[in-house]
Design a protein around this ligand. Sequence first.
Ligand SMILES: *Cc1c(COP(=O)(O)O)cnc(C)c1O
Length: 383
Amino acid sequence: MLNFLKKNVAKHVLNLVPYASARRLFAASEQDNNAQTPIWLNANEAPKAHDFTLDTSLYNRYPDCQPDAVITAYAEYAGVAKNQVLVSRGADEGIELLIRAFCNPEQDSILICPPTYGMYAISANTCNVEVKNVPLIHRNEDSENTENRDFGSFQLDVPKIVAQDDSVKLVFICAPNNPTGTLPATADIEAIINHYADQALVVIDEAYIEFADATHTAWLDRYSNVVILRTLSKAFALAGLRCGFTLAHPEVITTLLKVIAPYPLSAPVADVAAQALSIAGLARMRAQVSEIIAEQTPLAQSITQLGDIELVGAQYGNFILFRTSHKDALMQYLVDHKVFIRDQSKQIQLANCLRISTGDAAQNARLLALMTQFYNLQETTAL
Ligand SMILES: *Cc1c(COP(=O)(O)O)cnc(C)c1O
């Protein structure tokens, strides 16, 4: 490393490692001009892109910071007031804005419940804010919460979450949780919101909410310390757009507007987002979500018939998490055949776990065929 850098890069930045996004991990293989089209099932993206039109007539002008067409359409879609909505460069920017606005560096902390989405900790690290980890727990099936959902696994450890010191300013709860696909029990989230009423914001990350039909937006009017994150990257099939939303009390939104960039969304992004949120756009999104959900249950069922595969968590998102003792060989076999899924085995409690993003019928069929071949080969070699 350059001497200049060793001496001059901010201390908390010096040892950071760039986020190993699904895209960064496999970008190289994409360049390869092999006849086989790669199948991307590693970033919970939608299988198909949609068409949009661009109005370039105002591209000589700076865009609005919070384009009204986008805010109005999203407020309507989410069933909240316009002043409860902030639009940003993906939900990821929403995470960072929250940390920058509510945490004093080297003093405050955020609380996360691993295994969960990686960006909460990454953003906190880049802001020199401490991360407190309270791992998810497993409760007996017959405990209080049943409500017809899998409330047994990967649940919030409420007693530990409420026993933290008062440095905690943000509690991140991912619902449905990535990568376990589980939904934290509603009563648990509400207990945490109540406990932290005067101290911290409880941020409910609903990136996958369209697949689960279990939104918590009704709490926005009841609790001023509730924040909800949303995105166009998953159900809306617009990961490439970089457009996300933060829903919160109007004064929380005003606070976030103090730290957001003057032009967070480029004009074409705002244009496309408004079209995605039109009546036709919403109908298209809902149709694709139904298709994915219809594909997912049989796919999850089918893979459990293979080798030693065991499903982990639940499938309230558009992805399936599973465990296999052959995880490295299976990953390699799929990569060799240009099918990309995601290794989650580095996360706490997820040893030997891989995550599949559910694709369309053709993609899933190819994945299943390859996985079947792989486990047949394992059996043959074992004999
Ligand atoms: C994908 C994802 C996001 C990121 O959304 P962007 O809008 O693409 O930044 C946020 N939270 C979770 C849990 C995700 O899986």
